[in-house]
Write a protein that binds this ligand. Structure first.
Ligand SMILES: N[C@@H](CCC(=O)N[C@@H](CS)C(=O)NCC(=O)O)C(=O)O
Length: 205
């Protein structure tokens, strides 16, 4: 049995695909033919009742949702790959903090920007929701930036949270002065494993 990852090109399953590949864990990729920023087909709720990607099936057939949780799980399930610091250490606490911060605050901003109709019933308010979400995402990225030790979140050693933060950094649509995040994104583009997956999802971004 292997992992099965449901995603679509350009969506957040990128980071889970990168994590599984770095873990050298065999997985099957099921790519839905739907465009980023559009709701998924209603039938997908039979697979994931919340109707979102990424959706991950573990080798035992159980389902996981929530990209941040998947990253924490993959790192824990493949400890020999050092994808995150050992659980129980202060470094792991920092890894958890920013992985969850990204899942809760950054991904939620992306959702408000892409799907404003879920956040207001006022059709005239969609642009306001979008604009506020872009501003809020910039604020969240700036807070994350200020906590990056450099060159990576935790200092010298790259962890899965770096890939996650880099993804949100390039998804941000506003102005942002974030040299650490910019450098991490550059490392990801050039990374021998992550770089190929990055290009397949995000092209030259
Ligand atoms: N909290 C979820 C958010 C996932 C999410 O928003 N995924 C987007 C793709 S990038 C999606 O499935 N959009 C379709 C929809 O929400 O209908 C996670 O971290 O996995």
């Amino acid at each position: 049995m292997t992992y099965t990852l449901y995603n679509r090109p350009g969506s957040g399953g990128f980071v889970v695909e990168a994590a599984l590949t770095l873990a050298e864990a065999p997985f099957e990729l099921v790519e839905l033919g739907s465009k980023p920023g559009t709701p998924l087909p209603e039938e997908f709720k039979e697979t994931n009742p919340w109707g979102q990607l990424p959706t991950l099936f573990l080798p035992d057939g159980s389902i996981m949702t929530e990209s941040s949780a998947m990253l924490v799980h993959i790192a824990a399930a493949h400890p020999e790959k050092s994808l995150a610091p050992p659980p129980g250490t202060p470094a792991h606490a920092k890894f958890l903090r920013w992985t969850v911060f990204a899942g809760v605050n950054l991904y939620e901003s992306v959702a408000r920007r892409g799907y404003p109709f879920r956040y207001t019933d006022d059709k005239d308010g969609y642009d306001a929701v979008r604009n506020a979400s872009i501003r809020r995402m910039g604020e969240a990225l700036a807070v994350a930036e200020a906590h990056i030790d450099g060159p990576f979140l935790l200092g010298e050693d790259m962890c899965l949270a770096d890939i996650y933060l880099a993804m949100f950094f390039i998804w941000h649509m506003g102005e942002l002065d974030a040299p650490h995040l910019a450098e991490i994104a550059e490392v990801m583009r050039a990374h021998v494993v992550v770089g190929q997956i990055w290009r397949r999802h995000f092209g030259d971004r």
